[in-house]
Design a binder for this molecule. Structure first.
Ligand code: 3HC
Length: 297
């Protein structure tokens, strides 16, 4: 099975990152969005990221040569001859099933379907198609161009040949693929989500301030970011949603969302992208911890 052309569903933060690394690795890429303006926004991010990587001498060819392999479309028919489809649309099972059901009759039967979901069941998504044996989870990490891991999740019906093809694809993207089974959170979020939830609980209980807890994990454990910076970076809404799916599956407190996280999400404090989370990001170079507002009395 040879992969030459990659279709990416969704051109948001993750989708545009996946399109970027695929084009950089030499694949022809087509990104599907519902509206031209989302393609424009995603591609602007790609151009910026590629320029940064070029500046640091991390690309093997000129940016324009990479961009030439990248196309955007709003027509599902344009995905027909793709060899692999990587879905990175909204984290919502019904929406994912609807999208896969719509493209299944259009994309050639030999193509592999992959979902970049962080927590939604691959098994439940794949049954919207007639190619359950050619369906995997392919979970990238943010920021996609910089993070070297990709999780490849098999279901009980995934064909071994498909799994190996996707592992090889992950390697061609310059990532280190790890194998995992289709269980909510796969490997990384199984361990990361309880850690992030515990950091919020520790803050709620007054163990330490936002910046001291962050500094502790950065300097004491060598993590590149403390838990609150990472939460703001990943998105509080995204993390909250993942915790709900994982708690629903495992019914264990370690996956349960603390009250504070829910209240922040309801208030629209979604982290860096919304301007406010555990930090105020008005000045991204000097994020201001929000202890006073969050802990109040
Ligand atoms: N493309 C190109 N360059 C980028 C970039 C991108 N998308 N994003 C950042 N950079 C650049 C920055 O501009 C910066 O450039 P500069 O040196 O010229 O200023 C450079 O990369 C390094 O960035 P930083 O100065 O912020 O320094 P770091 O050394 O901290 O590196 C990091 C950034 C790699 C993001 C690092 O902080 C890190 O590893 N953080 C943890 C990220 C993480 O854990 N991600 C996983 C989240 S979980 C997830 O995604 C799963 C989901 O299911 C929840």
């Amino acid at each position: 099975m040879t992969i030459k052309k990659v279709g990416v569903l969704g051109c948001g933060l993750m989708g545009s990152g996946i399109a970027q690394v695929s084009a950089t690795a030499g694949f022809d890429v087509i990104s599907l969005e519902v509206d031209e303006k989302f393609i424009e926004r995603g591609f602007a991010g790609i151009r910026k990221s590629l320029a940064k990587l070029a500046e640091k001498g991390k690309l093997n060819e000129p940016v324009d040569a990479i961009l030439a392999r990248l196309k955007g479309t709003t027509r599902k028919e344009d995905l027909a001859d793709c060899d692999i489809i990587v879905e990175a649309i909204i984290e919502n099972l019904a929406e994912k099933r609807k999208m896969f059901a719509a493209i299944d009759p259009i994309v050639k039967p030999s193509a592999i379907f992959a979902s970049n979901t962080s927590s939604i069941s691959i098994t439940e998504t794949m049954t919207a198609t007639r190619r359950a044996d050619r369906f995997v989870g392919l979970h990238f990490f943010n920021p996609v161009p910089l993070m070297n891991l990709v999780e490849v999740a098999r279901t009980i019906v995934t064909s071994p040949e498909v799994l190996e093809t996707v592992i090889a694809f992950g390697k061609k993207l310059g990532k280190t693929p790890v194998r995992t089974n289709d269980m909510p959170g796969f490997i990384v979020n199984r361990l990361l989500v309880p850690y992030l939830m515990d950091a919020i609980r520790a803050f709620e209980e007054g163990v330490g301030s936002v910046s001291d807890i962050d500094a502790s994990m950065k300097l004491g454990c060598g993590y590149p970011m403390g838990p609150f910076t990472l939460l703001d970076f990943v998105g509080l809404d995204t993390t909250y949603y993942i915790s709900i799916v994982m708690f629903d599956e495992f019914k264990e407190k370690r996956f349960a969302s603390p009250s504070l996280l829910k209240r922040m999400v309801l208030a629209g404090w979604h982290g860096k992208k919304s301007g406010k989370g555990f930090y105020d990001w008005s000045d991204p170079a000097a994020p201001a911890p929000q202890d006073a507002a969050l802990r109040g009395l």
